[in-house]
Design a protein around this ligand. Sequence first.
Ligand SMILES: Nc1ncnc2c1ncn2[C@@H]1O[C@H](COP(=O)(O)OP(=O)(O)OP(=O)(O)O)[C@@H](O)[C@H]1O
Ligand SMILES: Nc1ncnc2c1ncn2[C@@H]1O[C@H](COP(=O)(O)OP(=O)(O)OP(=O)(O)O)[C@@H](O)[C@H]1O
Ligand SMILES: [Mg+2]
Ligand SMILES: [Mg+2]
Lengths: 223, 223
Amino acid sequence: MIKIKNVRKIYQTGVVETHALRDVSLEIKDGEFVVVLGPSGSGKSTFLNVVSGLDSVTSGHIIVDDEVITDMSDKELTNFRRRKLGFIFQSYNLLSNLTVYENIEVGKNLSHNPIEIDELLEKIGMTIEKDKYPYQLSGGQQQRVSIARALAKNPSILFCDEPTGALDETTGKQVLEVLQRLNKELNTTIVIVTHNIAIKDIADKVIHMKSGEIYEIEDNQQK
Amino acid sequence: MIKIKNVRKIYQTGVVETHALRDVSLEIKDGEFVVVLGPSGSGKSTFLNVVSGLDSVTSGHIIVDDEVITDMSDKELTNFRRRKLGFIFQSYNLLSNLTVYENIEVGKNLSHNPIEIDELLEKIGMTIEKDKYPYQLSGGQQQRVSIARALAKNPSILFCDEPTGALDETTGKQVLEVLQRLNKELNTTIVIVTHNIAIKDIADKVIHMKSGEIYEIEDNQQK
Ligand SMILES: Nc1ncnc2c1ncn2[C@@H]1O[C@H](COP(=O)(O)OP(=O)(O)OP(=O)(O)O)[C@@H](O)[C@H]1O
Ligand SMILES: Nc1ncnc2c1ncn2[C@@H]1O[C@H](COP(=O)(O)OP(=O)(O)OP(=O)(O)O)[C@@H](O)[C@H]1O
Ligand SMILES: [Mg+2]
Ligand SMILES: [Mg+2]
């Protein structure tokens, strides 16, 4: 269960004060497949970053699996994320001096219950490229490796920021099917920010954001 | 006019030989709006990079505005690109120590016939953020700045690699309208790699790629 209560996030840059999140409150149940939609700059990545403990809040509380992450120190947050959470970043964040295989292995080594690397390589269609380095991959290939690394960890909650942004329709669909099966078979909670409207059809809950606020929550109740 | 003749691009990585482009031939007329579609890894970015002189070919010839760019030295290529070409990269490539305004100004300063910065800031909806640095922007905002910088230069040929990948549908449409107007009003040649199928409707020519080859060219003849 993720509880978000009255969260505000304000960035100060010189004279400009950006209210990236304005009094956001929400609950996400275990095993839910949640999609976050909204225009560019509406606060989606910021929402994901504070809920997963990657960034601090200006005010408000966030409780994940009964732990108050807004009260944690940096060290406790790092430990918490390592134990429980998986991330697919909007900018991939691959390690440039590790091959495709080794990047995915990093994810696997962080898990008590990992998923086999060769199986994931096949699922993302990159078995042939496994010894390449990130700079030798296409944009979409880098994105797929970043997805496989997060999946290898087999986390209890997976946060994804635009995981299909660089992918064509077919490859994007394949990625979504993998995420859907993870959610159904392993009850992984999935929170996914996306512009891909096809994803909302498979979601339990669709959160619509605009100018730092949640202005609508659609409950699809797939479960 | 861009003439591409029998172009091959082979990457060698250890034992793996990747044929990123296999005997590609094509002509692009002045003022054409060309869209390149294809699955992840099919060679789209590679195609753009060799045609614009950012990368070398393994064999074949590329002639842009009567200049044989496959015969040019690095210095000549840099000069050629600076004079004639504009780029919107798949990974934005903004300068991290320059603000939004300054990043766009870099584009403007490279032109003999630039477009006004404030006008572009308004077109991309980022007037308020003009003094922010790239790390303070959302993914889609960074992409929009990278677009504005290329437009400020007002080049004769504009190469775009997935310019709307990080944008929601509405913002993406706004960007496409700006590109369309540039093409119609200033006769700018536009070559755009994208997964956004909506873009093909506004194209004069749609190039379909698969495994390093052009397997179909649709001629929409908007002109
Ligand atoms: N420097 C490199 N060394 C080795 N292989 C490379 C290199 N750059 C690209 N490739 C390979 O060339 C092929 C085509 O890559 P390219 O980036 O052109 O694809 P793309 O169509 O743009 O894909 P995407 O839609 O995912 O961006 C891929 O298989 C990629 O792994
Ligand atoms: N470090 C920062 N300093 C200042 N402003 C910031 C910072 N990070 C984000 N912002 C601002 O907060 C707002 C929300 O950003 P966020 O990245 O959450 O948007 P987003 O919904 O993910 O957008 P996109 O769809 O373009 O990725 C934007 O206006 C952005 O400029
Ligand atoms: Mg974002
Ligand atoms: Mg590409």
